[in-house]
Design a binder for this molecule. Structure first.
Ligand SMILES: Nc1nc2c(c(=O)[nH]1)N[C@H]1C(S)=C(S)[C@@H](COP(=O)(O)O)O[C@H]1N2
Ligand SMILES: [Mo]
Length: 328
């Protein structure tokens, strides 16, 4: 991969930084396993997960596993704004399955994540159902600090733990007819009751979709963790998409199914409001939402939302150098 950036001194604060020498040795040792990537601490997650002693600040007392000796991928640490406070990000969420407000973090604890399975199906040579252990063994995990931008104009910067989607593509080998991929979130109307108001006929399950070329881009990511530990349920445990150059709704949470298709599928928000939630949904300061400007964004912070620091919205959320070529 050609994109190796020297991190800027104003880059994000480093948590639990591994001394450079150890990092380099480990890299050398793993080189044979991981090919050209420069990122990976644990060839598999085995031996790298530990049950945290302290309760997480984030998830209604949930006890979250920590990723030990995880390496931050420095190629993606160049973010010119501070990492969002973990406890604030964990209490300001969108997860319509558990309600229509931002305060769903406690309700989301009802999501049953035991024995989670992800079915990969459709137009692929190797269809497969993975459990979380399979995923952890198969795909080397790394940490990436990404900007994140909701279509509602709030934004954050968070360190995700996970692996690039192109590793899954290599495993399952989409057929040449496959042009799109669709991600479906967990849905069980007894548990994911949805927002109480109106809209009783929402197009559940929550689904999202990408073109295959978008999925293959090096930025497209499956996250299994955030802030160095497994995902709390409100952030989309145990596995979600993270597509940093698109609005947040493109990243389905709590994925149970990944399907390769020859056509563009209907998706949740695009079905409800196609003029507000386009299929492509690339972050674009010059393309206003029908109901508000997208020129600036509010970084999640303390206090009421109107007081949060405003920043200019960046084209492709600051990732044009990686993705602009996808859009000719
Ligand atoms: N299944 C599901 N995934 C979802 C959503 C949702 O309601 N349901 N909301 C989306 C939207 S609009 C955003 S901005 C992000 C929010 O992610 P966060 O709560 O982890 O910050 O999740 C996205 N993924
Ligand atoms: Mo969003």
């Amino acid at each position: 991969m050609a994109h190796i950036h020297i991190p800027k001194p104003w880059g994000t604060p480093e948590r639990e930084v591994t001394p450079e020498a150890i990092f380099l040795n480990r890299r050398r040792a793993l080189k044979g396993l991981i090919g050209a990537g420069l990122s990976i601490a644990c060839p598999s997650i085995v031996g790298c997960l530990s049950r945290s002693d302290s309760k997480s600040a984030s998830a209604a007392g949930a006890d979250l596993m920590k990723f030990e000796s995880l390496q931050r991928n420095r190629a993606f640490a160049k973010v010119d704004r501070p990492i969002t406070d973990e406890a604030l990000a964990a209490k300001y969420n969108n997860f319509y399955e558990f309600g229509g407000s931002k305060s769903i973090s406690e309700k989301a604890q009802a999501l049953p994540t035991e024995n989670w399975k992800v079915e990969v199906t459709g137009l692929v040579r190797n269809p497969r159902t993975y459990d979380l252990d399979d995923i952890r063994k198969k795909f080397p995990l790394e940490e990436r600090v990404y900007r994140f931008r909701c279509v509602e104009a709030w934004a954050m910067v968070v360190p995700w733990t996970g692996f690039p989607m192109n590793l899954l593509i290599k495993e399952v080998k989409p057929l040449s007819e496959a042009k799109f991929v669709r991600f479906a979130s967990y849905y069980n109307p007894k548990i994911t009751k949805g927002p109480g108001f109106s809209l009783s006929r929402l197009p559940w399950p929550y689904t999202e979709s990408l073109r295959i070329e978008e999925m293959a881009n090096e930025l497209a990511f499956f996250a299994v963790g955030i802030y160095g530990h497994e995902l709390p349920k409100q952030h989309g445990a145990p596995i979600r998409e993270v597509i940093p150059w698109k609005y947040g709704f493109k990243g389905a949470k709590s994925i149970v199914k990944i399907e390769f298709l020859n056509h563009q599928p209907a998706t949740f928000w695009n079905t409800l409001q196609p003029n507000e939630y386009g299929f492509e949904a690339n972050v674009n300061p010059n393309k206003p939402h029908p109901r508000w400007s997208q020129a600036t964004e509010r970084m999640i912070g303390p206090g009421p939302a109107f007081s949060w620091k405003r920043r200019p919205t960046l084209p492709y959320n600051g990732y044009a150098e990686y993705v602009a070529e996808l859009y000719g």
